[in-house]
Design a protein around this ligand. Structure first.
Ligand SMILES: C[S@@+](CC[C@H](N)C(=O)[O-])C[C@H]1O[C@@H](n2cnc3c(N)ncnc32)[C@H](O)[C@@H]1O
Length: 456
């Protein structure tokens, strides 16, 4: 007998969530792999991708209500997945309480019959007992009322208590609450026009002709924002290399360099090349971009992206040779960091270990990058340091540390794009560093500092 398609999808959601919390793969890869395995098509794929992501977003909340604590050491993935599905029926789908229990029971029964294919072993009755206990505590309100204020706050925003405590201390209650709210809200879809092939106006017109609601970005000159998600991969303009999906904050990092005609620019921590291709496009008429990363495997996608964007001015440096081809007119250090500015896009950042340990590791790498790549800046040249993090240790304090030890560098005013009231420093001085915040700038959280090497 064919099973109810809704039940089948809900069962896949349980199995997919289980996979997401047990595998170390990034969520998008794990979701892609699962969707290929369960062979669902069309709208069902979209549902599973977005619902499983929404479940991950609520994972901190779920674990705090379920276990009464905010750490990720206790692990019973089947029990967690079962409680997560129950919470989803109850809180996200707003189903009546008895229905939630019946639906969870049906999902577990169906999942048990599929378990050999998906390698998930469990006793459905035993799991239902655990769900019952959890549901009772949620229903009676004791799951929430028994929490201390910090855990209650973390459950409310579904953000790790450790991260929230840092933000509350730094920003104060009112602003921290706005920041936390924005880090759990849906993200807009930002794209960048590849102005080497099509102007921002031309792309905007083409998007409107496709019936998509698009508008120029608030700050980034070549940025475009779509309020609703769209299947851009099917558009001719995407195939032709006119656009790149890129958060506006990330676009602004390249605008901070303000590369001039004829410049040679080093993207020292190029990773997958998001900023390399942007710089390549900005310098397509006259200028050269060099992409470098300590991890050669991260550079693998750069060549493909460069071809797609029809750029002929980008060269990838072999991390093994040690020849960095300096000095450069400008060096970008898009430094390895905790990445907490991207929390709204990647909820897994909530459970990657104690912040203090991660900061030790990241700040060590940042100092190394600043020491090494600043040497490649020409006298009179530009150094831009950026992170998709807003934590002071790896942003403003890192730059203060660097400037103390390197008197040949000084702060440099950011270009006109950044001369806007929302970037003005409290002391009224010039804007040489900015912290982008999602609740103010509607971008991912980023830090950008522009320095220059004193001319000889
Ligand atoms: C924030 S990611 C870069 C993202 C990339 N710029 C983009 O726009 O897609 C940081 C990168 O720094 C690299 N990295 C870490 N330590 C490094 C070092 N000492 N030298 C160069 N790259 C380094 C990492 O491999 C990682 O790819």
């Amino acid at each position: 007998m064919a099973i109810d398609p809704r039940l089948e999808l809900q069962t896949f959601l349980f199995l997919l969530y289980h996979r997401l919390i047990t595998e170390s793969q990034p969520p998008d890869q794990a979701i892609g792999g699962f969707l290929r395995k369960c062979k669902v098509r069309g709208g069902a794929r979209g549902f599973l991708a977005s619902a499983s992501f929404a479940l991950l977003r609520k994972r901190v909340r779920l674990r705090i209500l379920w276990l009464g604590k905010g750490d990720f050491s206790h692990s019973s993935p089947t029990e967690e997945a079962a409680c997560a599905i129950w919470r989803w029926f109850r809180e996200d789908m707003a189903n009546p309480i008895e229905e939630c229990m019946a639906s969870t029971r049906a999902v577990l029964g169906e999942a048990a019959s599929m378990s050999p294919k998906y390698h998930v072993e469990f006793d459905a009755d035993q799991l239902m007992n655990r769900v019952h206990e959890f549901a009772e505590r949620v229903f009676e309100g004791t799951a929430e009322s028994g929490l201390n204020p910090e855990l209650r706050r973390a459950a409310r925003y579904s953000i790790s208590p450790e991260i929230l405590s840092r933000w509350w201390e730094r920003f104060g209650e009112e602003e921290a609450a706005l920041l936390a709210e924005s880090m759990t809200s849906k993200t807009p879809l930002d794209i960048r026009a590849n102005e080497h092939l099509a102007s921002t106006e031309k792309v905007l017109m083409a998007l409107n002709e496709e019936g998509l609601e698009a508008m120029p970005s608030r700050f980034s000159p070549d940025g475009i924002r779509l309020e609703k998600k769209a299947a851009l991969q099917h558009l001719e303009m995407t195939k032709a290399g006119w656009i790149e999906v890129q958060d506006e904050g990330s676009q602004l990092v390249c605008h901070a360099l303000e590369p001039k005609s004829g410049w040679r620019v080093l993207d020292a921590c190029a990773g997958g090349g998001g900023k390399t291709v942007h710089l390549g496009s900005m310098l397509a008429k006259d200028g050269q971009v060099y992409a470098h990363d300590i991890d050669a495997s991260r550079l693998e996608s750069v060549a493909k992206r460069v071809i797609h964007a029809q750029l002929e001015n980008v060269r990838t440096l072999d991390p093994g040779t040690g020849d960095r081809h300096g000095p450069y007119d400008a060096v970008l250090i898009d430094a390895p960091c905790l990445g907490l500015g991207r929390l709204r896009r990647d909820p897994t950042l909530n459970w990657q270990g104690p912040i203090a340990e991660r900061l030790d590791e990241a700040t060590h790498a940042q100092r190394q990058c600043l020491n090494e790549y600043s040497k490649l800046v020409k006298p009179g040249g530009v150094l831009v340091y950026a992170t998709c993090s807003i934590e002071p240790e790896e942003t403003s304090e890192m730059i203060e540390w660097f400037l103390r030890d390197n008197p040949e560098f000084r702060r440099s005013e950011l270009p006109a794009t950044f001369q806007k009231p929302s970037f003005n420093p409290a002391d009224g001085g010039e804007v040489s560093e900015v912290t982008l915040l999602p609740h103010i700038h509607e971008t991912d959280g980023f830090y950008i500092a522009r320095l220059e090497k004193v001319p000889d």
